[in-house]
Design a protein around this ligand. Structure first.
Ligand code: 4NP
Length: 149
């Protein structure tokens, strides 16, 4: 399924969706295709508006050569037109996205695990450093599959 722009979405935009964005930037770069895509990430909630990553997320992204500058932001109505694909981390994100989507939204909204049977990406916000590393690896695997060969 071809797409040029992807918005990764989670609850706070300080853990899972920036991990996914960093992994996507890294994988596309490694494949010499960074110029083909626009990647961004956003929150369904406004709890952390303007804040940087959770510090554990920054450390994991640095470790994997996937670091980028980031400030958390809540998803806006325009994002549902500006991005072709919006990928959510869990069912709660999906429900929130349905509620937030404006009429006539054009983006395809899906769980990031959808093509491989669904299921949630566990949230390291409530866990330890190791969980953060595990979530990064899971997300790098998922975004690699979305980006194809
Ligand atoms: P994220 O993790 O959705 O992966 O960024 C969370 C961040 C913040 C909160 C919950 C989850 N919070 O309740 O503030």
């Amino acid at each position: 399924m071809p797409f040029d722009s992807v918005l990764f979405v989670c609850l706070g935009n300080i853990c899972r969706s920036p991990l996914a964005e960093g992994a996507a930037r890294k994988v596309a770069g490694e494949r010499g295709r960074a110029h083909r895509y626009v990647f961004d990430s956003a929150a369904t909630a406004d709890y952390h508006e303007g804040e940087p990553f959770d510090p554990r997320v920054g450390a994991v992204l640095k470790k994997h050569g996937a670091y980028f500058e980031h400030r958390a932001r809540q998803i806006q109505a325009a994002d549902f037109h500006d991005f072709e694909l919006i990928l959510a981390m869990d069912e709660e994100n999906l429900r929130d996205l349905e509620r937030l989507a404006p009429t006539g939204a054009t983006a395809r909204v899906a769980l990031i695990t959808e093509p491989w049977g669904g299921g949630r990406v566990s949230d390291p916000y409530y866990a330890d450093d190791w969980a953060c590393e595990q979530t990064y690896l899971e997300l790098e695997n998922l975004v690699s599959r979305w980006l194809g060969e």
